[in-house]
Write a protein that binds this ligand. Structure first.
Ligand code: 5GP
Length: 138
């Protein structure tokens, strides 16, 4: 399986599609999931091409994991969360839908289930959540 340069996250990285950006450094980029399963549901991706964990380099994995940890801590604070769930899917059989390596970071509250997938969030709501996260990271 090869990397498709026109996948949705590659287009977001190029600035061809909008997103609610939360964080970026030299190697990684983080933004809000458009169909969040919890408040503050983030996606963390490498800036360089990788289809998923199966073809990613150790350096890409290390950079992405460092950002996942940083943003998990920020999300705990920004959303007054009690915990964080990470999700990561590989190939269609593994549940992957967008073929650019990404980790889901889901801040969770005690006793609160994740929402079912597939419902688009209001853009203004996501803008406010991204702002909250950026404020914690500043
Ligand atoms: P996965 O590949 O991990 O199964 O799912 C891809 C994730 O990307 C889903 O949670 C979906 O809501 C999210 N997603 C799909 N298209 C877009 C988009 O255009 N913008 C953003 N921010 N998220 C997206």
């Amino acid at each position: 399986m090869s990397y498709d340069n026109d996948n949705i996250f590659a287009r977001i990285l190029r600035g061809d599609l909008p997103c609610h950006k939360v964080y970026e450094d030299a190697d990684t980029f983080a933004f809000l999931d458009i169909m969040p399963r919890s408040d503050g549901h983030l996606l963390v991706i490498p800036k360089t091409p990788a289809r998923n964990l199966l073809d990613a380099s150790p350096a890409q994995m290390a950079a992405v994991m460092a950002t996942v940890q940083k943003l998990s801590r920020a999300a705990m604070q920004a959303f007054g969360a009690d915990g964080v769930t990470l999700q990561q899917f590989n190939e269609a059989a593994g549940g992957q839908e967008v073929f650019h390596l990404h980790f889901h970071v889901l801040p969770r509250k005690d006793g609160q289930r994740m929402r079912p997938p597939g419902t688009m969030a209001d853009s203004d709501l996501l803008a406010g959540q991204a702002e909250k996260l950026r404020a914690v990271l500043a």
